[in-house]
Design a protein around this ligand. Sequence first.
Ligand SMILES: Cc1cc2nc3c(=O)[nH]c(=O)nc-3n(C[C@H](O)[C@H](O)[C@H](O)COP(=O)(O)OP(=O)(O)OC[C@H]3O[C@@H](n4cnc5c(N)ncnc54)[C@H](O)[C@@H]3O)c2cc1C
Length: 508
Amino acid sequence: MAAHLEDAAHYPGGQADVVARPRTEADVAAVLTDGRPVLAVGAQSSLTGGATPAGGIVLASSRLTTIEPPDAHHVRVGAGVVLGTLLEDLATHGLDFPPVPTYLGATVGGIIATNAAGAATFKYGTTREWVEGLTVVLAGGDVLDITRGAHVLDDSGTFVVEGPAGSRVVPVPTYVMPDVVKRSAGYHAAPGMDLVDLFIGAEGTLGVIVSAVLRLQPLRAGLCYALVPVSDEPRALALVADLREASRQTWQSHDAAGIDVAAIEHMDDRSLQILREDGADRKYEVSWPASAGLLLLIQLELPLLTQEDAYEQISSALDDDGPDTPLARFCRVLDHHGVLDDAELALPGDRKRAEQLLGVREAVPAGVNARVGRAKRDLDGRIAKTAADMVVPFEKFGEMMDIYRAGFARRGLDVATWGHVSDGNVHPNVLPRSYEDVEAGKAAILEFGVEVARLGGCPLAEHGVGRHPVKQALLRQLYGDEGIEQMRRVKQALDPQGLLAPGVLFST
Ligand SMILES: Cc1cc2nc3c(=O)[nH]c(=O)nc-3n(C[C@H](O)[C@H](O)[C@H](O)COP(=O)(O)OP(=O)(O)OC[C@H]3O[C@@H](n4cnc5c(N)ncnc54)[C@H](O)[C@@H]3O)c2cc1C
């Protein structure tokens, strides 16, 4: 059982009576009639303590691993299927599920329960947009098979959920969700919403997901990565804005020569220091000029082309009669912003280089987590990861970063920030030198939550709320006491005894 008592947030105090590993929907239903609290878990990569049990039964999805043969557009998969395995399986059919989060060890059930979002949310949206149907077992054991489009909220503002145990009237909350590209902030609620959406992002508090029907698309052929050092944030944001705009135009016009960017990642100057201190630059054989204030990692989608053609397009991109291709246009945009010479490209098919560039990006959170772990071990056992996961409309990104910098500086905190700039979503992480830094970091994050909401953003973007007291406080700040009460009424309707994931999202 020990393996299941902690998630990636290393939230303290995990405990359970028993671990159940059901193989079938009927097994899951049997667990949910036991009468004890049940916490469904996938890979336990939660960064919020949401997958840390607090007694009762841990329902591990590790045996719900069926992948049915896909058709051209959909696949039905078990909740315990690991994303890396799913992507490999789909690739053999020439298919892809593009909204995956950075961590490919997460499970299908976990990403649906948290409405996870990946780097490529800018182009592909979040998990929510790719879920066409769910099989969910409710508290008490009723099985709900729901398909998108079959149960849409009407003017009554309630869903009526029928099952052998009777019908449940579920009052949908009336709060207005922030209008941003990603949100993992309590129950989804909107006029005309689909019942499927109520369970997506509910963090296991309303039912256990047994399987899902996911939407698919053809495998992307020509993925190219560019690691681009930029001197400062305003210049970086100008480049990101141009690439976002060019990509949007391409998606609208279907221009075969248009720029098509799926994701732009961001690593700030403190993150670069960490990479250097840890030798990640040497390990992954990358370098950037001393003048670089931050790095961007751009994921560009290209039509299939040979490496020779790609080199030819790059070398002649700036010529007066240079080619009019997506890659040449991309080079011209980089040149226009004065960053082409220092950019490092991993061309389609150059898997090794792509893995190195992605490795640099992943080395930032790894380096930060290692530092937090050392501080906890050497300085104070109460030290814990202290990080924000907020999103604002991209146009407000610079303002949000100024607010973060001022709030952290006022408290004398050392902070590294990285994340998904193309979505307006980054993760500032405190590098604590004492427990006081952790407390000061929490206060800063609560303050930022108010500011981010004022900017039209959401203080809980992709990791969810879980059991984390700061995240639960951010949720309450966002929707107020009345919003939390409305969520409680949803929970009460579907899980009257409060057995599913008690203490997740809000206290019970
Ligand atoms: C290195 C790293 C990188 C990460 N990158 C990202 C990222 O880019 N984007 C992002 O969004 N997140 C990211 N995360 C967070 C985490 O991977 C996601 O939250 C993921 O969706 C969790 O999946 P999981 O299978 O590990 O679920 P778990 O951690 O096991 O569970 C997460 C929540 O889902 C519920 N749940 C799990 N399975 C079920 C089920 N079958 N039915 C009902 N509820 C269920 C749990 O009760 C819990 O509340 C990252 C985490 C790590 C460690």
